[in-house]
Write a protein that binds this ligand. Structure first.
Ligand SMILES: [Zn+2]
Length: 273
């Protein structure tokens, strides 16, 4: 028999808190998250500028953890050099140490507007992605993969590197059922954002249901992707609750408290938090 606990204890596995730090809103955002039952937040790096900021935030805020990495759309001429500093963060103690390498991956979504030769962009993104996967192997940590219009290519890169799929999550999963099956049968997993609450996202909801409860994790990807009925506004970790409530009610058809507990246990195990 299932007994719902008083506190939902949700975990936002993928947030970008830099905007709230910059605007001086971070303490309000974190206390609103706690008020909504979001107990832990993993802030995911996009660019090099995030790294020291997020390390300091995780070291000082009890509920915040961080991931270090370079997002494929934030790759610059300096990225290769910056990666030489990435490993040093794993020498940090306690909460200052990253819990994952993320977010990293491949993004070919805006390919039609690339001003550079496509082969060049693809090879640079792939090189930076694979170098970060090798770091993850070296440090034995999970990776948070951003795959946009590049699910096939990300899966191929993970195999080339010989990545242990049990340490791989495709965040904001946007692939199809056969890509999901390849990811999950290899031991990997998909996590889901507020997009699942959008009317048009039936394929994504189908993927979430197909993966099942064993590995499901939730995220806001804030400040982007606010769930309904807040779509279009600035997203914050507190809104994770709306996404998990929706998934419990409309997709898994189980009590909210049960899905909160299951997904948080999955996230704690995956990220070791
Ligand atoms: Zn993200």
């Amino acid at each position: 028999m299932y007994f719902p606990s008083m506190n939902a204890g949700l975990i936002d596995t993928h947030a970008h808190l830099d905007r709230f730090l910059k605007n001086g809103e971070i303490s309000g955002v974190l206390s609103a998250a706690r008020g909504a039952g979001v107990e832990k937040i993993i802030t995911q790096s996009a660019s090099f500028d995030d790294w020291a900021k997020y390390r300091d935030l995780a070291a000082s805020e009890q509920n915040v953890y961080w991931a270090v990495g370079l997002h494929p759309e934030d790759i610059t001429e300096y990225s290769s050099l910056q990666l030489e500093a990435l490993g040093s963060f794993f020498a940090e103690d306690g909460r200052a140490r990253p819990v994952a390498i993320g977010e990293i991956g491949l993004d070919f979504f805006r390919r039609s507007s690339w001003t550079e030769d496509a082969a060049k962009v693809i090879s640079r993104q792939t090189e930076i992605f694979e170098r970060q996967l090798y770091f993850a192997k070296q440090f034995g940590c999970p990776v948070v993969v951003h795959a946009r219009s590049a699910n096939r290519e990300c899966l191929d890169a993970l195999r080339r590197v010989g990545m242990d799929f049990s340490k791989v999550v495709f965040h904001c999963f946007s692939g199809n059922l056969s890509e999901l099956d390849e990811l999950v049968s290899g031991g990997g997993r998909a996590s889901f954002t507020g997009i699942i609450t959008y009317k048009s996202a039936s394929e994504m909801r189908g993927c979430m249901l197909a993966q099942g409860l064993d590995r499901v994790m939730f995220e806001t990807d804030c400040p982007y992707l606010s769930p309904e009925p807040l779509r279009g506004s600035v997203n914050t970790p507190a809104n994770l609750r709306l996404t998990v409530e929706y998934a419990a009610r409309e997709v898994f058809k189980i009590p909210f408290g049960e899905l909160a507990e299951i997904s948080s246990a999955n996230a704690e195990e995956f990220f070791g938090i």
